[in-house]
Every structure is written in structure tokens, then in C-alpha cells.
Design a protein around this ligand. Structure first.
Ligand code: SAM
Ligand code: SF4
Length: 508
């Protein structure tokens, strides 16, 4: 098919209409604006009551969220940051899950004003990885120690669902001996960030064995959406995108991930939009998103939009919006990406983020070109090339350095992929998360995967501080009543012994 013919057959109107209520979608701009307007003055008692609800791991309603977004008192914000951390610890403990993105193709039929991949950007050097190149990129990623991949594509017939499935299969096939120890590097879970698709195409992704399907709405504010995504382009259809995750659920993918690109419109409005989206998924399917992302717009090749937007979010507001999301949807994972520089990343991890990426390369072929050289020569200078990547990174350090920093903060890095492979996904994982039980399994799997990393990939400095983290985790596990009941503790200790002896991919 030509690009034009292909584009003409992507959107299926009936796969939008089936989710509408009386012909309307769930984003109610008037309601969001009036909730934000009418909850400007709440006293401390009201705010603290809402924090108590978050601490009980209950999702907040739109009005409660609007109250939190309107807090002006700095002391109260301090209480909210502290509560954010408590909520995170209750559900997710002190874990941070690592992944790395793999950009496969930067061909795109769309014209999003803020993105380096947009069709009109003549500076962008277009490239689509071959299957051999996908494998090479994956080899570099797994040699870093990565186990979880987020695979990313521009929207184009050259990267249609069949290409996606081929690349996913190719990446799953890679198995490389680890640089240290006796283990091997392998991707165990591939999540997908790709344009909205039909239910039939999404089902193909499910069949090839993906974890989470992720689509960012970019902005929930319809007039802004229309001006940033020209009409007539695929992405110009707001509702096709708004119901992408609903279709994914109907296609059988029960872990879906949402996000908004912060910097396009008012951040308080976007948080309310993410919440309405969460609620609509709950109404239709009984569960909300597996994760929420909040990428901040960064400079992109050939685009001056990011410098000129009047809605750019400063660090202080960014920390606030992450905190409110943590409090509003306590059981959902929150992802902070390598768009963020190390300092602010640490700040938002403290108020509730649960996942991040490291060693990240977002140029097409970027791992092979730069990270491989780094693996061979520590002092290799890494310069970002905007003309092959979608935007600019704030965090370019390697996984080992970031993990070491987190270990020094007392956090354990996890590469756990057990939930998905043990069938703890969708409503099953949500139930476990809400009752704070999933965190317990994750704690055990975090230790097993951290152990593997320390033995197979870690530098001596990271190993040294990592051993202290494992010792502390083991002490907590051995003293935790939940593990002492039944045979769970004994089973886990046996699994850890097998991992120490060199067995790999042992999970509970
Ligand atoms: N083309 C697909 C789509 O639009 O859904 C795949 C996603 S795109 C490759 C990944 C995400 O990057 C977008 O959804 C957008 O939120 C984000 N992004 C685009 N331009 C950006 C920029 N200048 N700074 C930060 N993030 C950006
Ligand atoms: Fe294409 Fe996605 Fe970039 Fe828009 S955000 S131009 S759809 S790659």
C-alpha cells in the first residue's frame, strides 16, 4: 500500500463509537475547569482527610484531586510529599524497576509540532532498523544488564504492526553471555509504545507476547490537541487516540499505560485528564492503567515549539504533579524517564515514582553506535545527535552508575518480570497491589534479579554497595510475618541459593 492508502484505512470509526456515552467522550473540559476553579480554598483538615484516603490505598475522585492540585501552602505540600513516599512504600516498598527504550524507526506520517520525527522535519535522518540491527541493539542492551525493553516506533506503513511483531520476536530471541559471572543477558519483557491501532492489530501484539501497551494522549485539552496535531493526519483524531487503551484491553492486552506530555497545556488540567482516563478504564474494564507517565517536553530537532510554549513545567511544579498522581492513583506504577536530569529524577522518585530507564539511547541504532563504544572504552565521549533522535535526554549515565546511586540511597533496583509471566497482570495484579500483597512478591523477585545483576554485570563499586542492600532486604524478608506463614520464605531462600549458584531467571 502507498502511504496514502495505508493511512486511509487505519482508523475504524466503529472502534471509537463503541466506547462513547450518548455520543460523548469521557473528557469533560467544563467539569475539569469548574472542579479546579471551585476547589481553590480548602482547609487543612479537608486536605488531610484526602491524604488519609490515599494512605488507605484508595483511588481519589476528581474533586479530591482538584483539592490537592490547588494547595498553595508550602507546609502542606511537604506533608503531601511525605505521604506520597509513604504510599509508595506501602504498595511498592523501596524498589525501583529499570527498563530501557529501543527506538526501531523514525519514519512518521504525522506532524506533531513538538516532535523531531514529524513528517516535515527535513533535518531528521530517517532510518528503520533491520531485524539484524534490532538484534545488535538488543545485544548491547542486554550486555548492560537490561531485562525489560520499551520498544518504540514512529507511525508509518514501514513500521506497521507486522514490522512491530517481527522486531519484538527478534529482540526476544537474543541471548548473550554476561560480561561477568556465568549468567547471560536476555530481554524478558517487551512493552510497546506505538501509535493507536485497531483491535485486530493490537491482538497481534498480544499474540507475540508483549507486556504493557503504552500510548500517551499528549494533551487532554481538545483545542490544544487540535492545534498541535493538524487535522487530516492520523494523530489529528483525538478520539482514536483517547480510546487506544480501551481497544488494547478489548484485544486481550490487560496491562495498559497512559501518559500526558507535560508542557503542551496547563499541568493541573492534564492531571485531571489522566484521572478521568483512569476512571473511564475502571468503568469499562474494572481496572485502571498499569502505569502512568508524565514526560516533560524537551528540545527536539527542527522544532522551536519546546522553547516557546507558555505551559512549560518547572521542577517545582513537576514534583507537585507527580505527588498528586501518586496520591490520586496509589496502586499504579509511575514512570520517570531519562528526559529528566539526575537531580529532579531523584526528587520525584522520593515522592512516588516506581520505574525509570538508564543507559538510554533514543537515536535509531543508538545503542550500537555509542553504548557499545562505551562498553569498550569508559571515556568515550557521548554527544546526543538531535537529528537521529526524537528529543533530548537529561540522563545519559549508564545503568551501573544509576543503580549504584540508588543503592547508596538504600533502594533496590529490580528487573522483575515475574508478574507478567506468572499471570499476575490486569485485574489480578491490581487486586494484589491494592491489598499491598504484590509488593511482597516483587520484593522477593527484586532480590533475585538484583542478585543476578550484581553477579553478572555490576562494576566492583556497585557490587560493594549492592551487597549491603541485599543484606538489608534479606533481614527485612526474614522478619516479615507475611513471608513466615507457610512455605514462602523457605521456597524463596532455596531460589536465592540456586541463583547464587549460577541458575538464572528464577522467579516466584
Ligand atoms: N509515534 C507514536 C505515538 O506518537 O504514539 C509513538 C510515540 S513517540 C515515538 C513517544 C512519545 O514521545 C510521544 O507520545 C510523546 O509524548 C513523546 N515526545 C514527543 N516529542 C517529545 C519532546 N520533544 N520531548 C519529550 N517527549 C516527546
Ligand atoms: Fe510521529 Fe509520535 Fe513524533 Fe507524533 S509524537 S511525530 S506521531 S513519532
Amino acid at each position: 500500500l502507498s502511504v496514502k492508502e495505508w493511512t486511509a484505512q487505519v482508523i475504524k470509526q466503529d472502534e471509537i463509537d463503541r466506547y462513547l456515552k450518548n455520543g460523548r467522550d469521557f473528557i469533560d473540559e467544563e467539569e475539569i475547569k469548574s472542579l479546579l476553579q471551585n476547589n481553590r480554598k480548602s482547609d487543612k483538615t479537608r486536605v488531610r482527610d484526602i491524604l488519609a484516603k490515599s494512605l488507605a490505598i484508595e483511588r481519589l475522585g476528581p474533586e479530591e484531586t482538584a483539592v490537592l492540585l490547588n494547595v498553595r501552602d508550602d507546609d502542606l505540600w511537604e506533608e503531601m510529599y511525605e505521604t506520597g513516599l509513604k504510599v509508595k512504600q506501602k504498595v511498592y516498598d523501596n524498589r525501583i524497576v529499570f527498563f530501557a527504550p529501543l527506538y526501531c524507526s523514525n519514519y512518521c506520517v504525522n506532524s506533531c509540532l513538538y516532535c523531531g520525527f514529524r513528517a516535515e522535519n527535513s533535518h531528521e535522518k530517517r532510518r528503520r532498523l533491520t531485524m539484524e540491527e534490532v538484534k545488535q541493539e538488543t545485544e548491547v542492551m542486554v550486555t548492560e544488564g537490561h531485562k525489560r525493553m520499551m520498544i518504540v516506533y514512529g507511525e508509518h506503513p514501514l513500521s506497521d504492526v507486522n514490522y512491530m511483531c517481527d522486531t519484538i520476536r527478534a529482540a526476544y530471541e537474543v541471548k548473550k553471555p554476561a560480561p561477568r559471572g556465568t549468567g547471560f543477558g536476555q530481554i524478558r519483557r517487551i512493552n510497546v509504545n506505538a501509535a493507536p491501532m485497531s483491535i485486530a492489530d493490537l491482538h497481534k501484539l498480544w499474540e507475540v507476547g508483549i507486556g504493557t501497551y503504552q500510548v500517551f494522549q499528549e494533551t487532554y485539552h481538545k483545542p490544544s490537541y487540535a492545534s498541535l496535531h493538524p487535522a487530516g493526519t492520523l494523530k489529528g483524531n483525538y478520539r482514536w487516540r483517547l480510546y487506544a487503551l480501551h481497544r488494547a484491553m478489548d484485544a486481550g492486552i490487560d496491562d495498559v499505560a497512559m501518559g500526558a506530555l507535560f508542557g503542551l497545556y496547563d499541568w493541573r488540567f492534564e492531571v485531571m485528564g489522566l484521572l478521568q482516563h483512569t476512571i473511564d478504564l475502571e468503568n469499562h474494564f474494572g481496572i485502571g492503567p498499569h502505569t502512568i507517565s508524565f514526560p516533560r517536553m524537551t528540545p527536539a530537532s527542527g522544532s522551536d515549539f519546546s522553547a516557546n510554549s507558555s505551559y512549560l513545567v518547572d521542577d517545582s511544579s513537576f514534583k507537585k504533579l507527580v505527588t498528586v498522581l501518586r496520591l490520586a492513583v496509589p496502586y499504579t506504577g509511575l514512570i520517570v524517564t531519562a528526559r529528566e536530569a539526575p537531580g529532579i529524577k531523584k526528587e520525584v522518585i522520593k515522592v512516588g515514582c516506581t520505574q525509570t530507564d538508564a543507559s538510554t539511547r533514543i537515536g535509531i541504532g543508538g545503542y550500537t553506535e555509542t553504548l557499545k563504544a562505551l562498553q569498550e572504552r569508559e571515556d568515550y565521549p557521548y554527544e546526543q545527535d538531535q537529528d537521529i533522535q526524537q528529543f533530548t535526554l537529561g540522563e545519559t549515565r549508564r545503568l551501573d552508575a544509576v543503580m549504584r546511586e540508588f543503592a547508596e540511597m538504600g533502594m533496590i533496583s529490580s528487573f522483575c518480570t515475574a508478574g507478567y509471566r506468572c499471570g499476575r497482570t490486569g485485574d489480578k495484579i491490581m487486586g494484589l497491589l491494592k491489598s499491598c500483597k504484590e509488593g511482597k512478591f516483587c520484593k522477593l523477585n527484586a532480590v533475585l534479579t538484583f542478585r543476578e545483576y550484581l553477579d553478572d554485570f555490576a562494576s566492583p563499586a556497585t557490587k560493594k554497595v549492592g551487597e549491603k542492600v541485599i543484606a538489608k532486604e534479606m533481614e527485612e524478608i526474614r522478619n516479615e510475618p507475611f513471608f513466615k506463614k507457610g512455605t514462602l520464605l523457605a521456597t524463596f531462600e532455596e531460589m536465592l541459593r540456586r541463583t547464587e549458584a549460577g541458575e538464572r531467571d528464577v522467579y516466584i
